[in-house]
Write a protein that binds this ligand. Structure first.
Ligand code: GDP
Ligand code: IMO
Ligand code: MG
Length: 432
């Protein structure tokens, strides 16, 4: 089996971590190809008394599967102190992290970029993005401006010093003259970054070459996205996006695996919609129904703890995700959260200034004015969390799933009915 891409179809937090974890022991490597510790994936393992919850940020979800090689690809931005903290946290709980491999070409989040992320947000005021404040955007900006620090730079003191000095020449001017803050000392930054080198070095490799060799040997490789389609810097709700390519195309650039080796694209989609941070969200519910979804779905951020904005399923977005990513399979998650609703509306199209749009409008100005056109489905009240097949779902629930599949333009191959590994209906094999 060649490489499989797994992306989020909406605005993140669809349950990508659980979906990747589910693919399990048949996967030889899981590669994180974009983003950094802005991501938060909660994975629940075991059942009953044995139930264990893990929150991952920078590490690929494959880290919890024995025998699976977790790889941090070149497209990721790494905060080394967060990486070590996460490794130590898992090791303390008995998880073996020794197989982790990190790309020599991944960029490093320097301390000044965390500061700049937070200050920029403050200065943007009402136009702020609502970032996670982890320095993600400024680090990707440095990458594109060709003043970024890469993992490989940590191993050469002269190179590191020259790069930090070059970057700070610019950054300190901005911090001091525009933002009226203190600048950063070159030596202090160099010392901090260099202090990570020894521990990082044994994990570092040419991950593109490694993956190419693994694929030649018939390995099964999953390329796992952080964030999601509508947060993609090119295809999302710009500027209210993250600063990387979270869509399937980003899997190639962010890992060094060519498109010709990818055989399947799995998109994870929630049975309703959530969003963290600012930006347009047509089906958002600002009333008691939104609160009900937030509580039923425990919709609070894994990374920042912020309450997630909640709304109904948006089929226009699911169709868009299907097209942009070339989705071959959807994994529908959190269907159980809708249990107990008398009726479940689905947005089937938008009304923008009196004109019906069945696809995303061309401009963000139009999207911000999009009013959902709803089709309402009858709800179900039966507990579905133990269902293991489609046949075990109540009629109304099955009809809802079928309607989402028809509207989303790709088959639903797995359905989540609870956070645990076992709480999943497998409709068709995702890896054969
Ligand atoms: P990710 O960022 O896409 O990996 O998603 P998050 O982990 O941030 O958020 C998804 C949340 O939903 C996590 O707390 C998961 O444990 C939980 N979850 C995943 N799938 C299901 C499901 O089918 N039902 C329920 N009730 N919870 C789920
Ligand atoms: P996972 O992988 C949900 C959002 C932030 C903000 C915007 C930009 O768990 O799905 P950034 O710090 O990336 O510059 O913030 O993107 N955001 C996410 N929202 N899930 C995520 O990751 C997110 N990562 C970033 O809230 O609106
Ligand atoms: Mg998340």
């Amino acid at each position: 089996m060649p490489a499989v891409v797994l992306v989020g179809a909406q605005w993140g937090d669809e349950g990508k971590g659980k979906a990747t974890d589910l693919l399990g022991s048949r996967v030889d490597a899981v590669v994180k190809f974009n983003g950094g510790n802005n991501a938060g994936h909660t994975i629940v393992i075991g059942s009953g008394e044995q139930r264990e919850k893990y929150a991952l940020h920078l590490l690929p979800s494959g880290i919890l599967t024995p025998g699976c090689m977790p790889i941090i690809g070149n497209g990721v931005v790494i905060d080394p102190s967060v990486l070590f903290e996460e490794i130590d946290g898992l090791e303390a709980r008995g998880v073996d992290t020794s197989a982790l491999v990190v790309s020599a070409s991944a960029h490093v989040i320097a301390p000044y970029n965390r500061t700049i992320d937070k200050i920029t947000e403050r200065f943007l005021g009402n136009s702020r993005i609502g970032t996670t404040g982890r320095g993600i955007g400024p680090t990707y900006a440095d990458k594109m401006s060709r003043i970024g620090i890469r993992v490989q730079d940590l191993f050469d003191h002269d190179v590191l010093h020259a790069k930090v000095a070059g970057a700070l020449e610019l950054k300190n001017q901005t911090l001091v003259k525009i933002y009226n803050r203190k600048g950063f000392e070159i030596d202090a930054v160099v010392d901090e970054l260099a202090s990570y080198a020894d521990r990082l070095r044994p994990m570092v490799a040419d991950t593109s070459l490694l993956l190419s060799q693994m694929l030649d040997d018939d390995a099964t490789v999953v390329l796992e996205a952080g964030q999601a389609t509508l947060l993609d810097v090119d295809h999302g709700t710009y500027p209210f996006v993250t600063s990387s390519n979270a869509t399937a195309g980003g899997a190639c650039t962010g890992s060094g695996i060519p498109p010709t080796r990818i055989s399947r694209v799995i998109a994870v989609v929630k049975a309703y919609t959530t969003r963290v941070g600012e930006g347009p969200f047509p089906t958002e519910l600002l009333d008691a129904k939104g609160e009900e979804l937030r509580n039923a779905g425990a919709e609070f951020g894994t990374t920042t703890g912020r309450p997630r904005r909640c709304g109904w399923f948006d089929a226009v977005i699911a169709r868009y995700a299907s097209r942009i990513n070339g989705v071959t399979d959807f994994v529908l998650t959190k269907l159980d959260v809708l249990t107990g609703m008398d009726e479940v509306p689905v947005c089937v199209a938008y009304d923008v200034d009196g004109v019906r749009h069945d696809e995303l409008p061309m401009t963000q100005a139009e999207f911000a004015r999009a009013v959902p056109i709803y089709e309402t489905f009858p709800g179900w009240h039966e507990d579905i969390s133990a269902a293991q097949s489609l046949e075990e779902l109540p009629r109304n629930c099955r009809d809802y799933v079928q309607a989402l599949e028809d509207m989303s333009k790709a088959p639903i191959s797995a359905i989540g009915v609870g956070p645990g590994r076992d709480e999943t209906i497998a409709v068709r094999d995702l890896l054969d």
